[in-house]
Ligand binder design. Structure first.
Ligand code: GLA
Length: 415
């Protein structure tokens, strides 16, 4: 190769290198810009969150009762009033169960001449305002139900699609405190487009109304629900079986990182007390909902509570785990014998060991797996036995579990 050619080649290499350097600089700038615009997006979403749903509700998961799991469409105002009375007389209201929520089938099939929803005359003759007044007089709150579609899921009454502002105003006028908003008979548009219309309507309605999104987890509402509502269903409808409970708990756990005060994952309402499971299975159900920071909405007939049911839903220590101000949802940290843990306020931890199998299980687990530093002594409070273990734990926690039973502990480091 002659010197001239070598010189040309050298120049070419120089030009290529400079090009590469410029491209690299541009690409790293693009990454930085990407980060900046992501951050911008983040700030923007935070603003949006405040703009869309600044109702200040749901600082801890809501607690109360809902008519659906036990009564389905067979409801009337006497049942709802009696449920409110029962929450008070049983002492449950003092434990935090405050919402009395009417589900589907409370309304007439058609709107009135002004396009307003109307309570079904045959079953709610006094109207929803009178019911709200009654429930409020007991120190409780009233919840109602509608759908982001043309009808509700029963198809027995109209939904709120296209009437969001009018219905939100009606609910506010009636003194409603909670709206469960379903996803049936829609126009085919996405929940992320339809649900915020009701958010805005509620914000304009002049009364803080807890907003519970019920689109069954179809479009991963945990990813956007916090901007729109106070909780979002992550699953299809629960039934009164152990399999249904466990599968809903599992599906809900996937989104644990998205729950926070003001916005909760909702694996559906409780079945405790409806008769389909053993007491131990209902204890697992209640413990899982509590540690998962799920809404604790009773779905049984609270007018007729057995001692077993009261032992479960009235367990103050387990309710305290659910209502802990840190508001962090539990995750599974082990799956052979299942262990769920959640950090709590005051450097404490909740631990739930579940034996979902048909045979007994012995488990020994390292406290380090829960984020407790090695050699830390912790007191362990058994939340179903209501006993503190005599010897503080260091390093390990062991338990023997019969089939379909659980153990739930509150661990507190000794300083
Ligand atoms: C849907 C909801 C249920 C209940 C019914 C009422 O299935 O997911 O929780 O509200 O509608 O029809």
């Amino acid at each position: 190769m002659g010197t001239r050619t070598e010189g040309l080649l050298g120049k070419l290499i120089c030009v290529l290198l400079s090009c590469l350097m410029v491209m690299a600089a541009a690409s790293s700038r693009a990454t930085i810009m990407g980060k900046v615009s992501n951050t911008k997006f983040h700030h923007h979403s935070e603003r949006l969150r405040r703009n869309l749903l600044a109702n200040g509700l749901g600082k801890s998961p809501p607690m109360g009762w809902n008519s659906w799991n036990h009564f389905w469409c067979d409801i009337n105002e006497d049942i709802v009033k009696a449920a409110a009375d029962a929450l008070v007389s049983s002492g449950l209201s003092k434990l935090g169960y405050e919402y009395v929520n009417i589900d589907d089938c409370w309304g007439e099939q058609v709107r009135d001449e002004n396009g307003n929803l109307q309570a079904k005359n045959a079953t709610f003759p006094s109207g929803i305002k009178a019911l709200a007044d009654y429930v409020h007089s007991k120190g409780l709150k009233l919840g109602i139900y509608s759908s982001a579609g043309y009808y509700t899921c029963s198809k027995q009454m109209p939904g709120s699609l296209g009437y969001e502002e009018q219905d939100a105003k009606t609910f506010a006028l009636w003194g409603v405190d909670y709206l469960k908003y379903d996803n049936c008979y829609t126009d085919g548009s996405k929940p992320m487009d339809r649900y915020p219309i009701m958010t805005r309507a509620l914000m304009k309605a002049g009364r803080p109304i807890y907003y519970s999104l019920c689109e069954w987890g179809d479009m991963h509402p945990a990813l956007w629900g916090f901007q729109v509502g106070n909780s979002w269903r992550t699953t299809g409808d629960i039934t009164d079986t152990f399999e249904s409970v466990m599968s809903r708990a599992d599906a809900n756990e996937v989104y644990a990182d998205y729950a926070r005060p003001g916005g909760w994952n909702d694996p559906d309402m409780l079945e405790v007390g409806n008769g389909g499971m053993t007491k131990d299975e209902y204890i697992i159900h209640f413990s899982l909902w509590a540690i998962s920071k799920a809404p604790l909405l009773l779905g049984c007939d609270v007018r007729n509570l057995t001692k077993d049911t009261m032992d479960i839903i009235g367990n103050k220590e387990v309710i305290a785990i659910n209502q802990d101000p840190l508001g962090v949802q539990a995750k599974k940290v082990r799956t052979d014998v299942e262990i769920w843990t959640a950090p709590l306020s005051g450097y404490r931890f909740a631990v739930l060991i579940v034996n979902r199998d048909q045979w007994p299980a012995n488990v020994t687990t390292h406290l380090e797996d829960f984020g407790i530093p090695p050699k830390t002594s912790v007191t362990a409070r058994d939340l179903w036995e209501h006993k503190t273990l005599e010897t503080p734990l260091v390093g390990n926690l062991s338990a023997n579990l019969d089939p379909h039973t659980c153990k739930m502990y509150l661990l507190q480091p000794i300083s």
